[in-house]
Design a protein around this ligand. Structure first.
Ligand code: FPP
Length: 264
C-alpha cells in the first residue's frame, strides 16, 4: 500500500490528451478567441521554401484550428489574415495571400457548412481584389443561416482605422442630432465598431514568439487574456491550443475588481 503511495509519477500517470480535452470542456471555455497567425515566413525559411509555401501551410492550420475550436464549443474565432500594413509586402506575396480565401473556401466550405460554422469578415472589403471579395461574400451567404461557431476573418483589417471610422460614425450621429454628447459611452463606441454584434475576445493568441498586438482589435482586447507561443503558425495544432486553453482556465479574470473572497 505505502509502496503505491510513495511511487513517483510516471508518464503513464499523466492524463491523456483525450482526458485533458474532456476536462477542459467541463471548465469555462473562452467564448471568443482571437488569433494573430504569425510565423509563416520563418516556417518556410527553415525549410528553404518560398514564403508563400508558409502561407499555404498556414491555410491548412486555419482549417484544423477552426474545426478544433468549433469542437471545443468556442463561439467566435477571429483570425488576423491580412492587416492594413500587409499591403507593404511584395506584390507576389500579396497576390498569393489574396488567393488564399478563395482556395480555402472552395476546398473547405462544405466542411464548414457540415460543422455549422458561420463565416464572417471584419476589415475593409473595398481594397480587396474582386475574386477575394467574391469568395468571402459567397461563403458568408452560404453559411448565413448557420448558428454554430462564427469564423471571423480579419481581412484588410487595422484597429486604428476601425477606431477612426467608429469616431466618424459617432460624429455624424452627433451632427445629425441622433445622439447627444452625454450619450457617448463605451457601449456607443463598441456599437460603432466592425465587431458590434460580437462579444469581445476573452483570449488572444499570437504565434511565433512575437509579443505585440500589431494593430489588432486594440479596443476589443482591453480585458482579454494574452497568450504568446513560440510555435510558428503552420506548426500550431490542437495540442498547443489545448495547453493555451488550460492555462487560460487557470487564470483568474478580475476585470479590475478583486478575487471573490477578497471582496469583503
Ligand atoms: C504572418 O506571418 C502571416 C500573415 C501575414 C498571413 C496569415 C495568413 C494565413 C495564415 C493564411 C490565411 C488563410 C485564409 C484562409 C485567409 P509572416 O509572413 O509575417 O511570418 P514571418 O514573421 O515568419 O515572416
Amino acid at each position: 500500500m505505502f509502496g503505491k503511495l510513495l511511487r513517483k509519477k510516471t508518464a503513464a500517470d499523466l492524463p491523456s490528451y483525450e482526458e485533458r480535452l474532456a476536462a477542459a470542456k467541463e471548465r469555462p471555455m473562452p467564448v471568443h478567441i482571437a488569433i494573430i497567425m504569425d510565423g509563416n515566413g520563418r516556417w518556410a525559411k527553415q525549410r528553404k521554401l518560398p514564403r508563400i509555401a508558409g502561407h499555404h501551410e498556414g491555410m491548412k492550420t486555419v482549417r484544423k484550428t477552426t474545426l478544433f475550436a468549433s469542437r471545443l464549443g468556442v463561439e467566435v474565432l477571429t483570425l488576423y489574415a491580412f492587416s492594413t500594413e500587409n499591403w507593404k509586402r511584395p506584390k507576389r506575396e500579396i497576390d498569393f495571400l489574396m488567393k488564399l480565401p478563395g482556395e480555402f473556401l472552395s476546398t473547405y466550405l462544405p466542411e464548414l457548412v457540415e460543422n455549422n460554422v458561420k463565416v464572417e469578415m471584419i476589415g475593409s472589403a473595398d481594397l480587396l481584389p474582386v475574386h477575394t471579395k467574391e469568395a468571402i461574400e459567397r461563403a458568408m451567404q452560404e453559411t448565413s443561416s448557420n448558428d454554430g461557431m462564427v469564423l471571423n476573418f480579419a481581412m484588410n483589417y487595422g484597429s486604428r482605422f476601425e477606431i477612426s471610422e467608429a469616431v466618424k460614425k459617432i460624429a455624424v450621429q452627433l451632427q445629425q442630432d441622433e445622439l447627444a454628447l452625454s450619450e457617448i459611452t463605451e457601449e456607443t463606441v463598441s456599437k460603432a465598431m466592425m465587431t458590434c454584434h460580437l462579444p469581445d475576445p476573452d483570449l488572444l493568441i499570437r504565434t511565433s514568439g512575437e509579443v505585440r498586438l500589431s494593430n489588432f482589435m486594440l479596443w476589443q482586447l482591453a480585458y482579454a487574456e494574452l497568450a504568446f507561443t513560440e510555435v510558428l503558425w503552420p506548426d500550431f495544432d490542437e495540442h498547443t491550443m489545448l495547453t493555451i486553453i488550460e492555462d487560460y482556465q487557470k487564470r483568474s479574470r478580475r476585470f479590475g475588481s478583486l478575487e471573490g473572497n477578497e471582496l469583503t
